[in-house]
Design a protein around this ligand. Structure first.
Ligand SMILES: [Zn+2]
Length: 167
């Protein structure tokens, strides 16, 4: 009767663990590279992500991208339109992606309806001028969250190609 040496068994277990971690990392990488800017070209970030320490405190739960009013807004990734309409008088579009992330776009008058499947870079609406504290002619506020946790939408882009508006 042959028995596997305990050390060898431990080595195999460790190898299996490493392989599964490698697979997970690869999957996470593939998921994040499925996103692109929600505007044509390489837009300028006019205000960065600045999440509040506590959910009820003010902060900036997304990034602002400087753009001209009337610009076409694109889906940052494949998904399904979760919402298209007004929130507190502001036109908003949000998209649920297969990796569990929801991206939001405002102020954007939707050209798509809730429930519609969208693909990355597909036009989803037209940008309006008004967004609070926008330093440009108009800003697209782009948000991302997983459940209740807000994420920096720029972290979805690989590689990070970020230009900041000079102060
Ligand atoms: Zn904003």
């Amino acid at each position: 009767m042959t028995r596997t040496h305990p050390l060898r068994r431990a080595a195999i277990t460790l190898l299996m663990a490493l392989l599964s971690i490698a697979a997970l990392v690869e999957r996470a990488d593939a998921a994040s590279s499925r996103y692109d800017w929600p505007l044509a070209g390489n837009p300028t970030v006019s205000r960065e992500f600045d999440p509040p320490d506590k959910p009820w405190l003010p902060g900036h739960r997304g990034v602002d991208l400087a753009v001209s009013p009337g610009a076409t807004v694109l889906a940052a990734g494949d998904g399904v339109v979760a919402f298209a309409g007004e929130v507190a008088g502001k036109p908003v579009v949000s998209i649920d992606h297969p990796d569990g992330i929801r991206t939001t776009y405002e102020p954007v008058v939707a050209s798509v309806s809730a429930g519609a499947p969208v693909t990355r870079e597909q036009p989803i609406g037209v940008l309006q001028a008004a967004h609070p504290e926008c330093a440009a002619a108009a800003c697209l506020h782009w948000g991302a969250r997983r459940g209740e946790r807000y994420l920096d939408p720029l972290s979805l882009l690989r590689p990070r190609r970020v230009r900041l508006l000079p102060l």
